[in-house]
Design a protein around this ligand. Structure first.
Ligand code: CA
Length: 581
């Protein structure tokens, strides 16, 4: 009978082309209760160090590591796979649980905690290991095609991962808070990096030199010092569906690397330029917003290919050395939460369905893993937004909704009505809204249900552009007594849209304009700078300047130099009552 070693020798003789049968490959076990003097071939005879097991393992062998703290350094040979996440009794690799059974490797340095030898085959793997608090680099690779999966490389003094050439695969890893770059690509390295987070690294997020060209797919690059992606020495990158935020340098800088391709990324809140581009680069379907500057193109060479980017709100200018390109969106992308740089776009975003489809034809998933194309076209940015915009059905929601939000069955009491416009307010007078609908048949005091779309009037007043308004009965409406200062738009208790009543002295009267200004002494100024609140009375006769009046009207607004100011719209002559001071 042939011995297992003989079979192994036969298998080794046939390697490189033929996969080793799993039964013929050894598993080396590592546990905090083990000993490096043991053979490591069972949990009961586990080795104590990952380094010793990795040294004993041969091509296509595996190293299974139980939860615990380890030191090294670990030298990873071609074809050896290290798996963390075991409790220390498992018989199948499927039973491991990386989060429940953390394997933590800490090496004092200066050597890298894990060194992957040059020439690593595709069977070379580091999986489910946390490399933390090391004095040097987390991982250093030579040339080859190793897999680094579900690892956490955090808080090491040097770089997170250094790629010295090779085409390694990095998937599902967190590379955070390291003293050097998160990912350092040199000597023509072209790692494929997918679904990783690279954040808070002191030497930049992804740094490329020596003609390197990583492929970054669905990664988060956040808060990296110096920049998100920094390419020099004819390096470049292919970057798809990534989020690049919060660096104190540029989002992406690549001034001398032709071949840089940026498709469907969101680059926001970086202190430097969003994109700093050189000759021969491509940027399509990206959001570049709220950075120090927007898209900045270096002088000379072939101009970059720019299409369908959303470029908005960049402090020192949206375009520097270039200009708006076909398909560009120059409006607020409407992030879910700018304060925390949650850069998912809202359903009402102008980036929705505004991308260039052919550029995204090979992209299957957005950064959340959902379908890359929903609706009539791909969205601009890293996220594809879902379904229809949910409708609002109350006046407060309507006032807060972005323009274009559908409104269904918004109910209230009509407080003022003209042929094309009426005001609708909540029964408790908490808030109201202007409604525009030609030919409506409503009058003050009617209860109504209104449907349409939210928007702003030319004067900037929130408004429901209605498609229908249905009378549902009668009620009564009374005005809210208000001081002029209460009418300032934007105040928490702003009565904008409500029927209000103001008393004061007429400081200006312009019958030709059908307008006057009434001042109750609260220090407000109208759009022309006269003290008080402007009243637009239309065909009604305005009271003379110097007289005292009590005015009831819908609280609208108009544009002034410093922003919106209130404007009162009385309904009938009975709404303007002379009073004795
Ligand atoms: Ca879409």
């Amino acid at each position: 009978m042939r011995s297992v070693p003989m079979l192994r020798a036969a298998a080794v003789a046939a390697i490189l082309a033929v996969r080793c049968h799993p039964a013929l490959c050894a598993v080396y076990y590592v546990s905090p209760s083990g000993s490096d003097a043991a053979d490591g071939l069972s949990w009961a005879s586990a080795k104590r160090s990952i380094a010793a097991a990795a040294a004993a393992a041969q091509y296509r062998d595996q190293v299974w590591v139980a939860a615990g703290a380890y030191t090294g350094p670990v030298m990873l040979k071609s074809g050896v796979a290290i798996y963390g996440g075991f409790a220390g009794h498992e018989t199948s690799r499927d039973e491991r649980d990386i989060s429940a059974n953390p394997v933590i490797l800490t090496v004092p340095g200066p050597a890298p905690a894990v060194y992957i030898y040059a020439g690593a085959s595709v069977f070379t793997r580091l999986d489910g290991v946390r490399i933390s608090g090391c004095g040097g680099e987390g991982i250093r690779t030579g040339d080859g095609s190793a897999t680094i999966r579900d690892c956490e490389i955090t808080g090491n003094a040097g770089a997170g991962i250094v790629f010295f050439g090779g085409a390694h695969l990095v998937s599902g890893c967190r590379v955070t808070g390291n003293g050097g770059p998160g990912l350092d690509c040199a000597y023509g390295a072209g790692p494929y990096v997918t679904e990783c987070t690279v954040s808070g690294n002191a030497g930049g997020g992804v740094v490329c030199s020596g003609g390197s060209m990583p492929f970054l797919d669905r990664c988060y690059l956040r808060d990296n010092a110096g920049g998100g992606i920094l390419c020099s020495e004819w390096s470049s990158a292919t970057v798809r569906c990534c989020v690049i935020t919060g660096s104190n340098g540029p989002g992406v800088s690549c001034e001398d690397g032709p071949g840089l391709s940026l498709v469907n990324n969101t680059v926001a809140g970086n202190q430097g330029a969003g994109l700093l581009l050189g000759s021969g680069t491509t940027a399509i379907n990206n959001i570049v917003a709220f950075n120090g500057s927007g898209i900045s193109v270096a002088a000379g060479g072939e101009p970059p290919v720019l299409l369908h980017n959303c470029v908005y709100g960049n402090a020192a200018g949206d375009y520097i050395g270039t200009g708006p390109a076909p398909g560009d969106v120059r409006a607020d992308p409407r992030f879910a939460d700018r304060s925390s740089w949650d850069v998912r776009i809202l359903p009402s975003s102008p980036c929705r369905d505004a991308g260039y489809d052919p550029a995204a034809s090979e992209i299957m998933a957005d950064i959340d893993g959902g379908p890359r194309r929903k609706g009539s076209a791909v969205d601009i940015g890293a996220y594809e937004v879902d379904g229809a915009i949910p409708a609002v059905s109350s006046i407060p929601e309507l006032r807060a909704a972005p323009p274009g939000t559908p409104a269904e069955g918004v109910r209230g009491i009509v407080s003022a009505a003209w042929p094309r416009v009426f005001y609708l307010q909540k029964e408790d007078r908490a808030c109201g809204i202007r409604v525009e609908l030609a030919g409506h048949a409503l009058q003050a005091g009617d209860r109504a249900a209104v449907s349409g779309t939210s928007g702003l009037t030319a004067a900037g007043e929130p408004c429901l552009f209605a498609a229908s308004a249905v009378r549902e009965g009668a009620s009564s409406v009374s005005a809210l007594a208000a001081a002029g200062r209460d009418l300032l738009p934007g105040r928490a208790l702003s009565p904008a849209g409500l029927l209000v009543r103001v008393a004061g002295r007429v400081t200006r009267s312009v019958p030709a304009q059908g307008a006057f200004t009434v001042d109750d002494g609260s220090g407000l100024r109208d759009a022309q700078g006269y003290p008080g609140v402007r009243v637009h009375c239309g065909a009604l006769t305005p009271p003379p300047a110097g007289s005292f009046v009590l005015v009831t009207g819908a609280c609208s607004c108009e544009q002034a130099a410093g922003g919106l100011v209130p404007l009162l719209l009385p309904r009938t002559a009975q709404d303007i009552v002379p009073v004795s001071p």
